[in-house]
Ligand binder design. Sequence first.
Ligand code: GN1
Ligand code: MG
Length: 376
Amino acid sequence: MAITDDINAVPVPDSPARPDLSGIVAGFTVGAAVGSILPLGKGLINDTFAVTTDSGRYVLQRVNQRVFPRAERIMANLSVLAAHAAGTDGLRVPALIPAADGRPYLRTAGGDLWRLMELIADAVTLERIGTAAQAAQVGRALGRFHRLTQDLATDRLEFTLPGFHQTPDYMFRHVALRGQATWAADDASVRACTAFIDTHAALAWVLEDALAAGRIPLRVTHGDPKIDNILFHRVDGRALALIDLDTVQPGLIQHDLGDCLRSCCNRGGESGPSGATGAVRFDLDICEQILGAYFAETRGFLTAADLALCYDSIRLMPFELGLRFLNDHLERDRYFRVAYPGQNLRKATIQFALVASIEAQEAEIRAIIARGVAGE
Ligand code: GN1
Ligand code: MG
């Protein structure tokens, strides 16, 4: 199928057969006997494994080509980012291990694309934020990423996922799906979601309008700074790196900030606590710690227009993800990996409940932003 820039299109499926993981690792220049290969992390898009060999530990990933049909762009961006980060403190870019032919990836006969990366030592991910210090580390890490990339010209980076955070596109898709997915029309949860979307439609345009009007610029973004994508030092708890760099591309830092907060301030997690979604709450204490540390790193280059959009970014990103989960449910789970049918719908409901919690605490959140900006 043709490669396309349409984010909603679904080209080449990855081969369904169970891959020969040891054979794949042997195709890279690790030059050592392969020991264990175990699933790693909870990513919804790529397949990820931790590999142990005689010479060290690595991360093996099959890039999901339905989502990233132009994976070579990811590799190009990683090289630019690694060169830019070289010698700086606080932005670690995991090194890619070359395949036997010297390329930074390996393509199997079936067309799958694999890459092998160094595994950052002594690093752990957190299931959720447990302490104020951890929250501050998150804000610091994201702020450093933005600070260290603010002098990296966006035209040096490729768009790995065109349209990724263009919320209006997900709205247009949603409107089309309402007409198509008649099988879901009577479901009470779907109806509750669509009613919520109808009352919030204008929100989808808030950042795109600001960009189009020239009020905020495109900058280098991570694209997916959720809690699972932050590595912490196993002993001292410092944030060591932002990982999952596939979506590093020109974008709006507001997307990153909103996405980070929607992930970290939702203590129940994306799949929610067992039981009612009424318990979903946006945690103000975590928000305050993250923003305080984030603004401490980014003071001096964020503009008044950037800051004025902060609150709207915080409610936009869970809204966008809710839309994306719901759209995927209506498309019968083609994009996000699901553990059971209906999980995307449940996750959509949780994201919309998070938006509602943010809106119920608007005054407090605006006060937190003001304090963070002032450095109080
Ligand atoms: C996806 O693959 P993973 O889990 O890192 C998604 C993000 C979502 C996230 C929600 C390329 O990230 O945009 O916020 O799930 N990545 C892509 O958990 O769509
Ligand atoms: Mg990701």
